[in-house]
Design a protein around this ligand. Sequence first.
Ligand code: HEM
Length: 116
Amino acid sequence: MEILRHAVVLVHLTGFAILFGAWVVEAVGRKRITRLMTWGMVIAAVAGLALAAPWGIEYSLNYTKLGTKLVVLLAIGAVLGIGTARQRKSGAAPAALFWLVGILTFLNAALAVLWR
Ligand code: HEM
């Protein structure tokens, strides 16, 4: 069970890497919202929700922290959805939405690592 949980953590981190990596590439480039960001978010979300249940561990989970991460994840989803639609319509994602994707993703990683 513990090994399986670690494997799910690995998948969760891969989703984070895809989302944040795709965003960094765009932040130093064209500043577009891409499908890879959405895919990374979906992977991190599915694995994160699986990890939010207490299996394969002997300590208790911090549900306040997990609830906060879930709210931030929903905000990332909304920003990606609205940003993608606006980009399709006008050719460019609004700058505020583009930067919010990176800031909120970084915030969730910081919450995961710093809030114990
Ligand atoms: C884009 C959104 C997210 C990002 C960037 C993210 C990032 C991370 C990172 C970097 C870690 C590793 C921290 C560490 O092990 O010290 C982690 C662990 C974790 N995340 Fe997320 N996360 C996200 C969304 C979520 C969501 C929505 C949930 C569940 C509600 C969640 C639940 C967890 C749990 C339970 C762990 C601990 C795994 C363990 O050690 O057993 N995450 N997350």
